[in-house]
Design a protein around this ligand. Structure first.
Ligand code: HAX
Length: 441
């Protein structure tokens, strides 16, 4: 752990000095232009954040520290006999900025194993919720219950030098990442498996142990979890879960509070909850059509019905991407390798043929292609995980890697409280008549 921390500290000091120079020499350079419509329409396309861990290209998709998903699947260390990257390796890459060796990843795995103890009051807090509470609500409540363990909150209250914020945020982030699989698996087993809980296996990697605690021992499911927890980890800084974590953290809320904020955002159907919406929508389509293997014509009719009811087609479209999401492609490749004849997986592929031209024909959808959520559920159903309300929790466990690595960077670089200027429409109207100014100082 000290090794990892020292490496991170050295990297952060170097980058911090570089940023200081950039700002000293170029701080007053103007970055693009903001249109009035962007202020009203979700700040789309407006650069307003710096996030080091990953960068999204509209055409090519995500790159984590410069590496695409296919490159990471090849280059990141794998579990013994495994074919998919270990998500701990991606965490190392996002945190340190360099590809880890096998040894580096083993070290992260060991640190996470050591720090994974979840205090009993967290389980009691989960148990206090009605069983029908949505798994994402249970997850966020559990993260909030874990906040009693925050070193940052304790040390801040005792009086902490701002130079040392990052150090305790780092510790909290590692603790939280280590504990999340246990908490998430507890929620799954409580809600869907009659409270028949499975103890952690300290010999397994982070994702493998999570699969084990969920109750899925098939080696292929473990492979899927490693892939799943890698590809969902980060999607640059402006998406709702990353941005919310960053925003709340900027008020010096500790990593538990900040991550919980991000997870509340992930639970929205236009963001992470889309993965449950996709499978729910497909199950409803199967029921409405009376078949588990709908043909293209039937899917087309059902998509048109969905649109005519004023609903979105879940799993399609993106605020930044303008091509098929490489995270969708990675899952499709996994499906082709391990379950090419699965009828539900084949339906997902058929939907992929049918939906884009229909969305294109609407003339308003900027990206008619599938995103990560269009595929993930079908792979899980293949292994028997049909409880789609749970899927966003899996996403959330993965997302912790990216948003908490970013939070460490935020504090190490001393980033400021986030506080953009807002205006009223009344002021906009006055400004349009030349009577006021809407640009804050
Ligand atoms: N089905 C139907 N209509 C869609 C659509 C879809 N999949 N995607 C976009 N549109 C519509 C929008 O609702 C909007 O319509 P109105 O003008 O009538 O409001 C119009 O097309 C323009 O939207 P856009 O500019 O293309 O898309 P946005 O950047 O505003 O929104 C969303 C991006 C991802 C929210 C959007 O594409 C959507 O709602 N998709 C379905 C939900 C989904 O899959 N979300 C997961 C996204 C990935 C993610 O975060 N995963 O966690």
């Amino acid at each position: 752990m000290e090794d990892l921390k020292e490496k991170f500290k050295a990297k952060a000091e170097k980058l911090g000095a570089e940023i200081k120079t950039i700002l000293k020499e170029h701080g007053n350079k103007v970055v693009g232009q903001v249109q009035l419509s962007q202020i009203y329409q979700g700040m789309r396309g407006m650069t307003g954040l710096v996030t080091e861990t990953s960068l999204l290209d509209a055409q090519e998709g995500i790159r984590f520290r410069g590496y695409t998903i296919p490159e990471l699947r090849e280059k990141l260390p794998k579990a013994p006999g495994g074919t998919e990257p270990l998500p701990e390796g991606l965490f190392y890459l996002m945190l340190i900025g360099e590809l880890p060796t096998e040894e580096d990843v083993q070290h992260v795995t060991a640190v996470l194993q050591r720090r994974s103890h979840v205090p009993n009051h967290v389980f009691h807090t989960i148990e206090a919720l009605p069983l029908n509470t949505h798994p994402m609500t249970q997850f966020v409540v559990a993260v909030m219950a874990l906040q009693t363990e925050s070193q940052f909150a304790k040390k801040y209250s005792d009086g902490l030098n701002k130079k040392d914020y990052w150090d305790v945020v780092f510790d909290d982030s590692m603790d939280l990442i280590a504990r999340l699989p246990r908490v998430a698996a507890y929620i799954y087993r409580r809600k869907y498996k009659f409270g028949d809980h499975i103890q952690p296996n300290g010999l397994l990697d982070w994702a493998g142990n999570f699969a084990h605690m969920l109750g899925y021992e098939d080696d292929k499911f473990k492979k899927l979890m490693r892939l799943y927890l890698t590809i969902h980890a980060d999607h640059e800084g402006g998406n709702v879960s990353a941005h919310a974590t960053h925003l709340v953290g900027s008020a010096l809320a500790d990593p538990y509070l900040s991550f919980a904020a991000g997870m509340n955002g992930l639970a929205g159907p236009l963001h992470g909850l889309a993965n449950q919406e996709v499978i729910k929508w497909i199950f409803e389509m199967q029921a409405a059509l009376g078949t588990n293997t709908p043909d293209s014509k039937q899917i087309e009719e059902y998509v048109k019905k969905t649109l005519s009811e004023g609903k979105v087609v879940p799993g399609y479209g993106h605020a930044v991407l303008r091509q098929t999401d490489p995270r969708f492609t990675a899952q499709m490749e996994f499906g082709k390798k391990y379950m090419p004849d699965d009828p539900l997986v084949n339906t997902v592929w058929k939907i992929y043929e049918v939906v884009p031209p229909i969305l294109q024909s609407l003339g308003k959808v900027k990206n008619p292609w599938p995103n990560v959520d269009a595929h993930s559920g079908a792979l899980l159903v293949h292994f028997g995980m049909r409880e789609y309300e749970y899927y966003t929790v899996l996403f959330g466990v993965s997302r912790s890697l990216g948003v908490l690595a970013s939070l460490c960077w935020d504090r190490a670089l001393g980033y400021a409280l986030e506080r953009p200027k807002s205006v009223t429409t009344d002021l906009v109207q006055k400004w349009l008549k030349g009577e006021g100014e809407i640009w804050g100082d």
